[in-house]
Design a protein around this ligand. Structure first.
Ligand SMILES: Nc1nc2c(ncn2[C@@H]2O[C@H](COP(=O)(O)OP(=O)(O)OP(=O)(O)O)[C@@H](O)[C@H]2O)c(=O)[nH]1
Ligand SMILES: [K+]
Ligand SMILES: [Mg+2]
Length: 375
C-alpha cells in the first residue's frame, strides 16, 4: 500500500515542477484538489492509529472562550502563560519542556478565558512529527490562536508555522469563502458566477468536482476574487476551521529597535518581552478585542442592575443566547425582555428572543411563570 504521506510528497513535488501558466492552471487546480483530499485522509484516525492521530489533549473546555498558544519550541509559550494566569507551567531553555496541554485561566473584563499552553511544534507537524497533530487538534478547538514567535529567530518561522496549520485545514484570519455548493441526487452540475472571477472558470470547477466524484450539484460563486484554493475549501468544508490569530513576537529585549519596528508593522501582530514585562497587557487587550465577547448585565424588576457581575456571551448573540446563559430552561417560559443600552432603540425597549444584544446592555427577562425573571 502506498503511504499517504508519500502521495502527498509526490503531488507537492509535481506542483513544484509544473510551471504556472494558462495551459497548466487546470492541471494545477486538480493537483490542489487531490492534495486537499489526501491531507484530510492523513488526519482521519485510521485502524490502529490510536488516539494520537486525530484527537487533541484531554483538557475539557471551560470558561467563556479558549485561546491556544502555538509556536516552535522555546519561544516562551509557558513563560507567557505563567505571566497572564495563576498557572505555572514548566519553563526551561531546552526544547520540548512542555509535553502536554496545560490550561490556565485569564480573568479579563469579567470573563474567564481559558489559555492552553501547548508543546512546541516543529516543521512536519501536520504530517505527524512530534506531537504536532495533537497540538494542532487542540488549536482547532480554540476560539483564537496566539502564535508565539521568537523575535531573535529567522523570519521564515512565521510562514513555516502558517503552512503547518494551513495543511491541516486551519484558516487564519480568513472568512469562509463566499461560494455556495449544494450536492444533489440528480440533475448534473449547475455552475453559476454572480461576478466572473479572474482566477476561476467553469471548466476548472467542473474538473475538480468530477475528481471529487461530485457529479450532481449546484454551485454559485458570489465573489469575483474567489480562488481555486477557496473552492476546494468549500468542498472540504467539514475539514476546515476558520480561526482568528494574533501573531506575537516575544523576546524583543534581545533585538535592535530597528528590527522591532519592522516586526511590529506586520499585520495582526503584537510584540512583547516576558522577561522585561513589556507589551504583555497590550497582548491581553488585543485578545479581548479579537474575541469580541460581550458583557450583559441582568436586572430584576424594581431592582437596580448588578454591575459587579456580568454575564459573558459571544459576539453576535441575541436575547435567546442571553436566556441560555442564565438558565437552560428560561427560554421555555419567555414572554419578552426589556433592554437598556446600545442595542435598544429607546429605553427600555421591549424585545423578543431574536433581538441582537450589544456589549454592556442591561437585560430584564420577563417570563410567563412567576419568579422566572432574570436573576
Ligand atoms: N530573552 C528572553 N528570554 C525569554 C523570554 N521569555 C521567555 N524566555 C526564555 O525562553 C526559554 C524558553 O521559555 P519557555 O517558556 O519554556 O518556552 P516554551 O515555548 O514554553 O518552550 P517548549 O515548552 O519547550 O516548547 C526560557 O529559558 C525562558 O526563560 C523573553 O521575553 N526574553
Ligand atoms: K522550553
Ligand atoms: Mg512550554
Amino acid at each position: 500500500m502506498v503511504n499517504i504521506t508519500d502521495k502527498i510528497k509526490e503531488i507537492e513535488e509535481e506542483m513544484r515542477r509544473t510551471q504556472k501558466n494558462k495551459a497548466t492552471e487546470y492541471h494545477l487546480g486538480l493537483l490542489k484538489g487531490k492534495l486537499a483530499r489526501y491531507r484530510a485522509q492523513l488526519l482521519e484516525p485510521g485502524p490502529g492509529a490510536g488516539a494520537a492521530a486525530g484527537t487533541g489533549f484531554d483538557v475539557s473546555k471551560s470558561g467563556d472562550a479558549r485561546i491556544a498558544l502555538v509556536g516552535f519550541p522555546s519561544v516562551g509559550k509557558s513563560t507567557f502563560l505563567s505571566k497572564i494566569t495563576k498557572t505555572k507551567s514548566e519553563i526551561a531553555a531546552y526544547s520540548f519542556t512542555t509535553l502536554t496541554a496545560i490550561p490556565g485561566v485569564l480573568e479579563y473584563g469579567g470573563a474567564e478565558i481559558q489559555i492552553l499552553d501547548l508543546p512546541g511544534i516543529i516543521e512536519g507537524a501536520s504530517e505527524g512529527k512530534g506531537r504536532g497533530r495533537q497540538v494542532i487538534s487542540a488549536a482547532k478547538t480554540s476560539d483564537m490562536i496566539i502564535m508565539i514567535l521568537d523575535a531573535t529567530k529567522r523570519a521564515e518561522q512565521r510562514a513555516l508555522l502558517e503552512a503547518e496549520l494551513e495543511a491541516v485545514g486551519i484558516r487564519l484570519n480568513q472568512e469562509p469563502p463566499n461560494i455556495y455548493l449544494k450536492q444533489k441526487k440528480a440533475g448534473g452540475m449547475k455552475i453559476t458566477f454572480s461576478a466572473p472571477p479572474k482566477g476561476l472558470d467553469e471548466k476548472m470547477l467542473y474538473n475538480i468536482l468530477r475528481d471529487y466524484r461530485i457529479l450532481n450539484c449546484e454551485v454559485l460563486v458570489r465573489d469575483e476574487n474567489a480562488t481555486v484554493d477557496q473552492f476546494i475549501d468549500v468542498i472540504m468544508k467539514e475539514h476546515r476551521t476558520y480561526i482568528k490569530c494574533l501573531y506575537v513576537y516575544n523576546k524583543i529585549d534581545s533585538i535592535s529597535l530597528e528590527h522591532l519596528n519592522t516586526l511590529a508593522r506586520e499585520p495582526n501582530t503584537a510584540v512583547m518581552s516576558c522577561e522585561l514585562d513589556l507589551g504583555i497587557q497590550d497582548v491581553v487587550e488585543r485578545c479581548w478585542q479579537e474575541l469580541r465577547l460581550m458583557r450583559i448585565y441582568t436586572k430584576r424588576k424594581g431592582i437596580d442592575p448588578d454591575f459587579s457581575e456580568a454575564l459573558i456571551v459571544r459576539q453576535d448573540s441575541s436575547i435567546e443566547d442571553v436566556c441560555d446563559a442564565i438558565h437552560r430552561t428560561l427560554k421555555e417560559s419567555f414572554k419578552y425582555a426589556l433592554v437598556w443600552g446600545a442595542s435598544a432603540r429607546h429605553v427600555p425597549q421591549r424585545v423578543g428572543l431574536g433581538h441582537p444584544v450589544c456589549d454592556e446592555d442591561v437585560v430584564s427577562v420577563v417570563g410567563t411563570k412567576s419568579g422566572l425573571a432574570a436573576k
